[in-house]
Structures are given as C-alpha cells and as structure tokens.
Design a protein around this ligand. Structure first.
Ligand SMILES: Cc1cc2nc3c(=O)[nH]c(=O)nc-3n(C[C@H](O)[C@H](O)[C@H](O)COP(=O)(O)O)c2cc1C
Length: 286
C-alpha cells in the first residue's frame, strides 16, 4: 500500500492495461523500462489502507507520524511474497523489460532486514539469515515467475533515517550480495553509505567495494553522483553502472547531456561514458 496520494499500482488488470501505452512509448524511444515493485509496510498511514486498517510490517514498533503498524504473523508472509510474484508477472504482461524489487529506504523488505526494526522471534527475525529470508523468498518467487535476467533489486544497508538502521550494515550488505549470487539476477542496485538520509551527502569511512566484489552480477551504485564522480566510480571498477535520481528528474535529457559532455572530454582521451537507467516507480497493493 502506498504512502503518497495517486501512487500508481500494478496489482489489477486495468492497471496493467493502463501501463501498456506508457511502456510502449518508452520502448519506441529506445528506452529500457524496469518497474520498481514497492511495498511501504509501516511507512504508511491508515488513510491509505483498505478499511483504514493498520499498515503491516515485520514489527509493531511505530514510526513517528505514521499509523502504528501491525506485525505480520508468520503464516501471512507467503501471501505477501506471492503478491510480489503477481506484481512481477503483471509488469511483464504490461511490457516492462523487468522489475526492480525495492528492498531499500526503510520500506517493507528493509523492515525485515534491519535489526533496529525487526524484533521478530520466528524464522524471519533474529539472525542475519532469518532477517534476510523474506527478501530472498521474494527474489526467488519473482525469479521463478519471470526469469532471473528480468530481475534486479535495490538495497540500502547503510541508510538509517525513519528509525530503520542496522547495527552492522556492512555484514548485511555482504550477506545479501553473497546470497543473491545463487539466483543469477540481472543486477544489484545499492545506495552509497554516504547517503544516510534522503538528500544529505556525508563523508563516511564505509564503502560498497567489499559488497561489489562479493556480488557476481551487474552492480549499480546510486546517490549523490554527478558526471565526474560517476565516471570515476566506473573507471575504478567500483561499479558497473551509476543510477542518477535528482539530476535525471531535473534533466529528462540527462543521458544526452552527459554524452555530449563526454564527446568534448573524450577528445582528450579521458573517461568512459556511463549508462543511465531507470525506471517506473510503482507500488504494489496488498
Ligand atoms: C522525488 C524523489 C522520489 C524518489 N522516489 C524513489 C522511489 O520511488 N524509489 C527509490 O528507490 N528511490 C527513490 N528516490 C531516491 C532516488 O532514487 C535516489 O536514491 C536519491 O535521490 C539519491 O540519488 P541522487 O543523488 O542521484 O538523487 C526518490 C528521490 C526523489 C528525489
């Protein structure tokens, strides 16, 4: 369920139909279009829930300004995993090239992974392995449904705003990278440790490099990148791709702008150009 008014969805057939011309328009322009599958969990209010119920989460611990959540029982979890599977199927039916599972920024999947949120005592809580179980079950279900080459995941182990930090984010990121290798997904997209809160870039000693080395697929980094910084991270082998957020929103022709800048720079023989993605920001409703 959403947190913002008018968030688009992909859980109903009419929504699938409504997406088709939009996806086509992107394809007609040569774009690659992945659909981000998002469940907000406790980052929601009853105003956005069916029958004004409490939002669901791994926990019943509230986040300020949001409606206190209801902790999912163990036997309800397979239904949520299945909802991600259905949303992924719907996205492919709508024509998307793939889906990005939103496991970042304190939303439902993150609420299971992070030990400052998850206080469960069942097989989805406690150890790192248990806390990551929900995320990996979703990955497995989605991979089985649409194929690993059409699946990516976004993670932010170091982010900690809205009370969703983890006591050992490096271990969490590493465990996820190693576990994801089993599924052969298309990419892992990770938010840099320097972006601990939305929009605020801070100096920090942590690095994604060990996680990048552990993950055997395409590794995408994000947060606070400009052109020079983006080229550097790719040149130094610390990422395969860079995702741009605010720069892209402000400049819909950002790929062209960066590539034109590249032409002038390449005359001096410097740097390689980056590939930029993304994406449809969607929510899936449960
Ligand atoms: C208006 C806005 C909406 C965003 N929505 C999402 C979202 O739906 N999913 C997501 O993973 N990140 C979302 N983000 C975060 C961005 O993807 C990105 O991680 C963040 O802006 C930092 O990268 P940047 O410095 O390149 O902007 C959003 C950011 C902004 C500014």
């Amino acid at each position: 369920m959403a947190i913002y008014k008018d968030t688009p969805g992909i859980w109903r057939k009419d929504q699938v139909e409504a997406w088709k011309p939009i996806v086509s328009a992107v394809h007609d322009k040569g774009g690659i279009f992945f659909c981000q599958l998002w469940h907000t969990g406790r980052i929601s209010t009853k105003d956005f829930q069916p029958n004004r119920q409490a939002p669901i989460s791994s926990t019943d611990k509230p986040v300020k300004t949001q409606t206190p959540p209801r902790q999912l029982s163990t036997n309800e979890i397979p239904q949520i995993v299945n909802d991600f599977r259905i949303a992924a199927r719907n996205a492919i039916e709508a024509g998307f090239d793939g889906v990005e599972i939103h496991g970042a920024h304190g939303y439902l999947i993150d609420q299971f992974m992070k030990d400052q949120v998850n206080n469960r005592t069942d097989q989805y809580g406690g150890s790192l392995e248990n806390r990551c179980r929900f995320a990996l079950e979703i990955v497995e279900a989605v991979v089985n449904e649409i194929g690993a080459d059409k699946v990516g995941i976004r993670l932010s182990p170091f982010a900690n705003y809205m009370d969703f930090g983890d006591s050992n984010p490096s271990a969490l990121g590493l465990y996820m990278a190693e576990s994801l290798n089993k599924y052969g997904i298309s990419y892992c997209h990770m938010v840099e440790p320097r972006m601990k809160t939305i929009g605020e870039k801070v100096e920090c000693p942590e690095s994604l490099v060990p996680i990048r080395k552990a993950f055997r697929g395409t590794f995408i980094v994000a947060s606070g990148y400009d052109r020079e910084d983006g080229n550097k991270v790719v040149d130094e082998g610390r990422a395969d791709l860079v995702a741009y957020g605010r720069l892209f929103i402000a400049n819909p022709d950002l790929p062209r702008e960066l590539s034109l800048m590249h032409l002038s720079i390449s005359i001096t023989g410097k740097h390689s150009i980056l590939l930029i993605l993304l994406l449809a920001i969607l929510t899936i409703h449960f």
